[in-house]
Design a protein around this ligand. Structure first.
Ligand SMILES: Cc1cc2nc3c(=O)[nH]c(=O)nc-3n(C[C@H](O)[C@H](O)[C@H](O)COP(=O)(O)OP(=O)(O)OC[C@H]3O[C@@H](n4cnc5c(N)ncnc54)[C@H](O)[C@@H]3O)c2cc1C
Length: 389
């Protein structure tokens, strides 16, 4: 890169080396087999837990590593540089765990977080339903209070870690008749072994083939009221508070993949010959590489700035939305152009770039589609006439 990335401290460098070794020895050799079976192994989760790589930012009191977000950033980037889209570690450690840390009761924190940190309890988050994705307020899964329990009915779809999960943080309507659609929404931790909770086998997807994305069904599932996160009716508010972080995680993944694609392609075009010269010597190749370098660096600066903002509790919904759509657009464009520069080899599954192409596409869809991200940004800058410079 022309602009050097942020220098790493010794502590960060040591962490990066350990995490790299973990992915190279425990994940990469099994990934292809996991792609065939549609999920990773439970041992991969417990190994990550044993080595202290799960729930990095969770306070030590609850079993986490108690380190700051920069370590999560390093872990996510390394996972995607190694081409491992299977493990849903960051959804578990950096999306579900923060909900519990920020809003969970002592019971929920002490009951779930230590087991999540060891990998003994794999978690998922269930918001999307067959009839409600972008329009989250339209969810229809209900949790109706009955004494000290809620009775849950409904279904969720496209849930990451869904098939393997031992517990899901579920978005439900506790007050389905409330005319204020967001006011009736709550979040409840539901253990997978509760009667009436069933899952379908993982979906077959274009990419992220080792990721166990699935549908789940709730048929009169009884859950104690102590599993409610925070206050009843505040679920939508909690989601709005946590979604900027989720969107930044997607942006971190996006830029790591775009950087890696570019790095590998620069090497490939210097090795590959056509018409008696290196592919790197054609003007088209040189211009594409120069353009992609500029785009990737713009994305990198944006992501690193957003990570700083998140660490200072200053990342707002609009900035996170901007980072999510801008970087995932860069990712998809860069990966597509890099694949083109690989010619036919780029289309072969054993090539890193082919998998990156298949894995990248969903980045513009989940965690809120890029169209919804643009609506969030436009609403802010148009209504408030707020320009960013
Ligand atoms: C691999 C994968 C993993 C996922 N993991 C999870 C998970 O762990 N947990 C979870 O809860 N969900 C998960 N999702 C679901 C994901 O968040 C939703 O698919 C996404 O939010 C879009 O919802 P939808 O699929 O219902 O699309 P829809 O909402 O039906 O959208 C269809 C199209 O309409 C557009 N659109 C909708 N509303 C507007 C609007 N107001 N303005 C402009 N365009 C609009 C959308 O941008 C999109 O192009 C996952 C999805 C995938 C594919």
């Amino acid at each position: 890169m022309l602009l050097p990335n942020k220098p790493l401290s010794d502590e960060h460098r040591f962490f990066l080396e350990s995490i790299r070794e973990f992915y190279q020895t425990e994940i990469v050799p099994h990934h292809e087999e996991w792609e065939q079976q549609g999920m990773i192994s439970r041992e991969a989760w417990t190994k990550a837990g044993e080595l202290g790589f799960l729930c990095l930012t969770v306070p030590e009191e609850y079993g986490g590593a108690g380190v700051d977000f920069s370590f999560s950033q390093i872990m996510i980037e390394e996972q995607h540089r190694q081409g491992c889209s299977g493990p849903g570690f960051y959804l578990h450690s950096d999306i579900v765990a923060p909900y519990l840390v920020h809003q969970g009761s002592d019971y929920l924190k002490y009951h779930f977080l230590p087991k999540m940190a060891t990998g003994e309890c794999i978690t998922a988050i269930g918001m999307t339903e067959p009839g409600a994705g972008s329009d989250l307020q339209a969810i229809r899964t209900t949790a109706i209070r009955d004494g000290d329990e809620y009775i849950i009915n409904g279904s969720k779809t496209f849930i990451t870690n869904g098939y393997m999960c031992d517990a899901v943080l579920l978005a439900v309507k506790t007050d389905p008749n409330n005319e204020n659609r967001s006011a009736g929404t709550s979040l409840i931790m539901v253990e997978a072994d509760r009667e009436g909770f069933t899952k379908n086998y993982p979906f077959k997807k274009i990419g992220m083939k080792a990721q166990d994305t699935c549908e789940m069904f709730f048929d009169d599932v009884r859950v104690p009221v102590k599993n409610l996160l925070g206050e009843e009716g505040k679920g939508f508010l909690y989601m709005m508070q946590e979604l900027p972080r989720e969107r930044l995680l997607v942006a971190i993944n996006a830029i790591a993949v775009a950087e890696e694609a570019l790095k590998r392609t620069i090497q490939y075009v210097q090795e590959r010959q056509a018409f008696g010269k290196q592919v790197a010597q054609f003007q088209n190749t040189r211009f594409k590489i120069a353009e992609m370098t500029a785009e990737v660096q713009m994305g990198r600066l944006l992501v690193d700035r957003c990570c700083e903002l998140l660490s200072n509790d200053q990342l707002d919904a609009e900035t996170a939305a901007m980072a999510k759509f801008a970087t995932t657009d860069i990712q998809c464009k860069v990966v597509d152009e890099c694949l083109q520069l690989h010619g036919g080899y780029g289309y072969m599954w054993e090539f890193w770039i082919a998998k990156a192409y298949a894995d990248s596409r969903v980045q513009k869809i989940y965690a809120g589609t890029n169209e919804i991200m643009k609506e969030i940004v436009a609403k802010k800058v148009i209504k408030e006439n707020q320009v960013v410079y």
